[in-house]
Design a protein around this ligand. Structure first.
Ligand SMILES: NC(=O)c1ccc[n+]([C@@H]2O[C@H](COP(=O)([O-])OP(=O)(O)OC[C@H]3O[C@@H](n4cnc5c(N)ncnc54)[C@H](OP(=O)(O)O)[C@@H]3O)[C@@H](O)[C@H]2O)c1
Ligand SMILES: C[C@](O)(CO)[C@H](O)COP(=O)(O)O
Ligand SMILES: [Mn+2]
Length: 398
């Protein structure tokens, strides 16, 4: 039985992971849980899965959480704040930590888990995009596994099983095209938050759903693939595949192409990150290619979606630039979700911030360098929004 700690248990990734644990109580058990601020759901999860340790990031919610589970016996170790989440990440005999926290908030807990010798089922892509210069050496030093849970990177990982190291030529990342894939570009000026949250194929958290709509999610995934699989940016391509049935493909040196297919259901990549190298029987709906209909493909539109090229440029720049891109994106998406900026301002602000980091980009950054770059980028977004308000021509993307 595999012992698991789950970070971000109350979110989309977290609840789907707990669905898997519920379905396979003979295969998985929960050691620790961590959440942000959803006390009611978190209390219910603690009651159901009885972790040894639990932490809620929002410290002010701890009294409410204690009250909600005061009848449990035995009581879990209950902690709060970022330090509490980090303690959960490193705690006990968990073999695998599932990283379902959204954003770079997942970086320090993930590092703690790695340093405690735990394998990582990586859903939180921001951790790797921002922190790879520190995370990857730690993974190697501590001899832990970094198992992709993101659907595309799971597909690539699945296709790579049995492929010799020098056998891989290209990675083909599929993209649904997001909420506006069928909107004319001139209509993007009218986008509302509710429009951006209507993903055509997947049900996910708010931030990643907006990232799918800007195609920044795919840009981030290009960087994620580079770090996970060591492939040059010139050999990572994006293809729009509206049906999200093919979850990505690899092209081999002999031109053979391998793909992984399935319904758009995150439980499958999550399950494989937990069961690898084994395969576990499920009674989930099997793929029916006749029922799934036509599988179509088209080129990505880089004029309509500049975020992809911003991500390629940041990835190629390396150093602390991916951390700056990621933090700027997290900040502008938060402002967009608060209706403080427009959808089309998102790439403009990100480009402004990345341009301002070029001369300060630190190669081989330390953890402190990455955290400083993250903090600086979030602040610099506000400089960008001020420029947008007063001198919109200053910022032009594409
Ligand atoms: N959703 C997907 O299908 C999917 C697919 C691939 C990759 N991912 C990646 O997985 C990660 C999570 O995505 P999601 O869609 O599950 O997001 P989500 O639904 O917004 O859930 C985020 C989770 O993180 C928790 N959280 C937020 N800030 C925290 C903090 N400072 N400390 C501890 N916990 C915190 C939230 O807690 P509360 O809700 O209690 O506040 C929630 O449990 C992201 O990095 C995303 O890119 C998601
Ligand atoms: C589910 C998913 O893996 C989240 O990263 C997928 O990538 C989302 O779809 P899209 O292709 O980015 O729109
Ligand atoms: Mn993905």
């Amino acid at each position: 039985m595999k012992a698991i700690t789950l970070l971000g248990s109350t979110g989309s990734i977290g609840t789907q992971t707990l669905d898997i644990v519920s379905e396979h109580p003979d295969k998985f058990r929960i050691v620790g849980l961590a959440a942000g601020r959803n006390v009611d759901l978190f209390a219910a999860q603690i009651r159901q899965f009885r972790p040894q340790i639990a932490a809620i990031s929002a410290a002010e919610k701890l009294p409410e959480l204690k009250e909600a589970i005061k009848d449990l016996n035995p009581q879990p170790i209950l902690l709060a704040g970022e330090a509490g989440v980090i303690e959960v990440a490193r705690y006990g005999d968990a073999q695998t930590v599932v990283t379902g926290i959204v954003g770079c908030a997942g970086l320090l807990p993930t590092i703690a888990a790695i340093e405690a010798g735990k394998d990582i089922a990586l859903a939180n892509k921001e951790t790797l995009i921002a922190g790879a210069p520190v995370v990857l050496p730690l993974v190697k030093k501590h001899g832990v596994k970094l198992l992709p849970a993101d659907s595309e990177h799971s597909a690539i990982f699945q296709c790579l099983q049995g492929v010799p190291k020098d056998g891989l030529r290209k990675i083909l990342l599929t993209a649904s095209g997001g909420a506006f894939r069928d909107w004319p570009v001139e209509k993007l000026a009218e986008v509302k938050v509710a429009d951006a949250l209507k993903h055509p194929n997947w049900s996910m958290g708010r931030k990643i759903t907006v990232d799918s709509a800007t195609l920044m999610n795919k840009g981030l995934e290009v960087i994620e693939a580079h770090y996970l699989f060591g492939v040059d940016y010139d050999n990572i391509e994006i293809v729009i595949h509206p049906q999200s049935i093919i979850h990505s493909l690899i092209e081999l040196q002999d031109t053979s192409v391998l793909a992984q297919l399935g319904w758009p259901d995150m439980r499958l990549p999550l399950l494989y990150a937990l069961s690898w190298p084994e395969r576990i029987y499920t009674n989930w709906e099997r793929l029916n290619l006749v029922k799934s209909g036509d599988l179509t493909f088209r080129e990505p539109d880089h004029q309509k979606y500049p975020c992809m090229q911003l991500a390629y440029a940041a990835g190629r720049a390396g150093g602390s630039m991916p951390a700056v891109l990621n933090a700027a994106n997290e900040q502008v998406v938060a402002l967009f979700l608060e209706e403080k900026i427009q959808f089309l301002d998102i790439p403009k602000c990100i480009e402004f911030v990345c341009d301002r980091h070029q001369h300060d980009n630190k190669q081989n950054p330390s953890l402190d360098d990455i955290l400083a770059a993250d903090k600086w980028a979030r602040q610099e977004v506000f400089t960008a929004t001020e420029k947008l308000a007063t001198q919109p021509q200053i910022i032009s993307v594409g």
